[in-house]
Design a protein around this ligand. Structure first.
Ligand code: PGA
Length: 264
């Protein structure tokens, strides 16, 4: 297993003082893990203050989105260029952006390219809706989102990026439908094959693949244990410092599990 990557997507929650408080609680409850990468994605407004508050050995920052033009008359937008000294990652193509803000495949593609151009690592989100899943279109959707999202990148650029598989029907369903790890395993296999076919063996070895969709401290182990799972993208549970710290502990237990031991 590569160094696990755990990303907390705070979405449109918490004002700057609430965000600062959560960061403080996370600092108190998560110890320094040199072999786990922990990334916080607060609102755009909180990135700057958190960048001076967090212990950079423990936490890195991500933006939840950015615009693909570097500068200009685009009222309300923030560019990757503006973010490049502030964040290590940007989440791109989250299903909430694709659905609520009509982000097309082309827009997502341009954002990924702008992210790479600005030397920030993209976390490209892909995943099918419930309707697409019912219609048996999952693989077609994943294929299209991956093909177009990575369209302008070289093999080497793909090798450095992160893809988060987030089935839309499994996002924020905590008390409802959870994705079964064996179903995720099959789609992981499909995504890895796509990367291998399109970008070669080196890219598939080094790009990182995350799972996202109602991950909390109780269920995270089942996903992290999947073959080829390099970490998780966490929404709701990342707003609760105990749950988020529990997710980090689960990853820690997994990487330090004696070789050959099962379950946990
Ligand atoms: P969730 O969100 O953990 O609340 O399901 C995940 C995401 O949307 O990234």
């Amino acid at each position: 297993m590569k160094k696990p990557l755990i990303v907390g997507n705070w979405k449109m929650n918490l004002n700057t003082s609430q965000a600062s408080l959560l960061a403080q609680r996370l600092h108190e409850n998560i110890k320094l893990h040199r072999d786990i990468e922990i990334v916080l994605a607060p609102s755009m407004l909180s990135l700057q203050p958190l960048s001076t508050q967090i212990d950079e050995r423990k936490f890195k920052l991500a933006a939840q989105d950015a615009y693909y033009k570097d500068e200009g008359a685009f009222t309300g937008e923030v560019s990757f260029t503006m973010l490049r000294d502030l964040v290590e990652y940007v989440i791109i193509g989250h299903s909430e952006r694709r659905i609520f803000f009509s982000e097309s495949l082309d827009i997502v593609r341009d954002k990924v390219a702008a992210c790479v151009r600005n030397e920030i690592t993209p976390i490209l989100c892909v995943g099918e809706t419930r309707q697409e899943r019912r219609a048996g279109e999952t693989r077609q959707v994943l294929h299209d989102q991956i093909m177009s999202g990575l369209a302008n990148l070289t093999d080497k650029e793909v090798a450095n990026m992160v893809i988060a598989y987030e089935p839309v029907w499994a996002i924020s369903t905590f008390d409802g439908e959870l994705a079964k790890p064996d179903e995720i395993q099959r789609q992981f296999g499909f995504i890895r094959n796509q990367i291998k076919e399109l970008y070669g063996a080196k890219a598939v070895d080094t790009f990182r693949l995350l799972y996202g969709g109602s991950v909390d401290d109780q269920v995270v182990g089942g996903y992290l244990e999947l073959d080829g799972c390099d970490g998780v993208l966490v929404g709701g549970a990342s707003l609760n410092y105990k749950k988020f710290a529990g997710i980090v502990s689960a990853a820690d237990r997994l990487i330090h599990k004696p070789v050959g031991a099962k379950g946990g």
